[in-house]
Design a binder for this molecule. Structure first.
Ligand code: AHG
Ligand code: MN
Ligand code: MN
Length: 334
């Protein structure tokens, strides 16, 4: 008889040693992320039927209109974690200020930063959505962390990953060395290990960018994207454009098949759109651990020193050699 696939909880227990200093508490935290994924996936599956599409009428701290599902997804993260005992602070793209959880202190030594729903423009048209998360460890045990203490470089993340709500629901994360992907088996409500030790191709054949912004891009970025449209000597084909409007889904495709995702800086908006602490850092950790790269165009994402909680950053992420070529164009070396 074949072996039954590993469930997320069993995998975490079996791999606690390789999960870099991971404790039971930390393992439970990842299991709770999985629970958030199941709850949100359930809402998304029924979204068209239960009047949770459309806007709330509010604007978030980023100045963006809030979809009902953004608010529901944020609440789900907060509800699952506020009495969990695993984290002492929650910070989200959708909340102006972090939430401190004194009731979890001093037990909860982790800080969780997240984008509760990524790709919100896809909610009303049944397209893929995601969520990204970043886990940091508090340095102090004598008091709750301050907002400033949440602003850490991506290299300090102890774990990071994303949930993807596509044709199936997935949890992809990294702790320690490897990147692992789990797919939710809806029949039994368990995540099963489906992608072990993900490694990215060094170069891909796909690029993802919102080219509607082409005329706002700096010259080097334009020249790089133009270069992808000329036939490659090796394959005789140009790169294929694939952009879903959901960063998590686009990066997931690239993580598995190679290529490059760009949300670059613009001439009048040099920091681009995506948020460093909730989106760029967690995805950069996953991609680097799978052998890829993530850059602002000028420097490594994981080494960007955050100045603000909701800081934006240009993001160019994907296969190592694709990202290096993009950097060469952006820095005027190609
Ligand atoms: P969010 O829904 O969390 O605000 O993120 C949307 C992001 C990202 O998912 C996507 O790649 C990008 O914004 C899409 O933006 P454009 O519509 O400007 O392409
Ligand atoms: Mn997002
Ligand atoms: Mn979001």
């Amino acid at each position: 008889m074949g072996q039954f696939p590993l469930t997320l909880s069993r995998f975490i227990i079996q791999n606690q040693d390789s999960h870099q200093g991971a404790t039971e508490e930390f393992s439970s935290l990842l299991t709770q992320i999985g629970l958030v994924g199941k709850l949100i996936a359930q809402d998304l599956r029924r979204a068209g039927l239960i009047n949770i599409l459309g806007m709330t009428g509010d604007t978030n701290v980023q100045g963006e209109t809030v979809k009902k599902l953004d608010a529901i997804a944020n609440d789900t993260f907060v509800k699952v974690f506020q009495h969990s005992g695993f984290v002492c602070v929650l910070a989200s793209e959708e909340m102006e200020k972090p939430i401190s959880l004194p009731g979890n202190w001093p037990h909860g030594k982790y800080m969780l930063l997240f984008d509760p729903l990524d790709g919100s423009s896809n909610t009303d048209c049944n397209m893929p959505l995601g969520a990204s998360f970043s886990i940091l460890k508090c340095d102090r045990t004598d008091r709750l962390p301050t907002e400033e203490e949440l602003m850490r470089k991506g290299t300090e993340q102890v774990a990071a990953g994303y949930l993807l709500y596509g044709s199936s629901t997935m949890l992809v994360y990294t702790v320690g060395q490897g990147v692992y992907g789990f797919t939710l088996e809806p029949g039994i409500g368990e995540y099963l290990l489906s992608h072990e030790q993900i490694r990215m191709p060094e170069r891909g054949r796909v690029y993802a960018a919102n080219e509607g912004n082409y005329h706002k891009w700096p010259a080097g970025t334009k020249k790089y994207v133009d270069s992808l449209k000329t036939s490659d000597k090796a394959t005789g084909r140009p790169y294929s454009g694939r952009y879903s409007g959901c960063l998590v889904a686009d990066v997931h495709r690239i993580l598995l098949g190679g290529g490059i995702y760009l949300y670059p800086g613009e001439v009048d908006k040099p920091d681009g759109k995506l948020r460093l602490l909730y989106e760029a850092n967690p995805l950069a950790l996953v991609v680097e651990r799978a052998g890829g790269k993530a850059t602002t165009g000028m420097s490594r994402i994981l080494e960007v020193e955050p100045k603000k909680l909701h800081q934006r950053v240009p993001l160019i992420i994907g296969s190592r050699r694709d990202v290096e070529t993009a950097e060469a164009f952006i820095q005027g070396r190609a």
